[in-house]
Write a protein that binds this ligand. Structure first.
Ligand SMILES: [Zn+2]
Length: 128
């Protein structure tokens, strides 16, 4: 996701990832903190910002959630992306940024096709 703020994405440091993984581990296996699925190679282990990085979310343990791929995708597409788009719109509106528009040359409409003439006697009678 692009950010108008222009700062680089800040990933979680290894110490935060280790602590988050420890937090969600039961019976020596990590579990998704949203759907409680057991995490492994099949489900993936994703460390996700609760408050998106692009909106000022810090790379801290409090702002980190351990998710499976499915939960991470759901959060990204239903929560993070709409919030980021709204933030971008707000910034663009505040600073009066508008997309550059290229004027498209208009062409006159093509000549209309000739009117269809009634071919059968019934159509002639009905006035089609
Ligand atoms: Zn999950």
């Amino acid at each position: 996701m692009s950010s108008l703020l222009g700062h680089r994405r800040r990933e979680f440091p290894q110490s935060v990832r280790k602590a988050a993984l420890k937090r969600c581990t039961r019976d020596s296996k990590p579990h998704c903190e949203t759907c409680d699925a057991e995490l492994g190679e099949r489900t993936g282990i994703i460390f996700e910002h609760v408050t998106p990085d692009g909106l000022g979310g810090e790379p801290t343990l409090e702002n980190c959630k351990v998710h499976c791929k499915t939960c991470a995708d759901v959060k990204t597409h239903t929560e993070d992306n709409p919030r980021m788009r709204k933030a971008d719109r707000t910034i663009k509106a505040r600073f009066g940024l508008k997309p550059t528009r290229v004027k498209i040359q208009s062409k006159p409409f093509a000549k209309a096709p000739p009117q269809r003439k009634a071919s059968s006697p019934v159509e002639k009678w009905r006035g089609f």
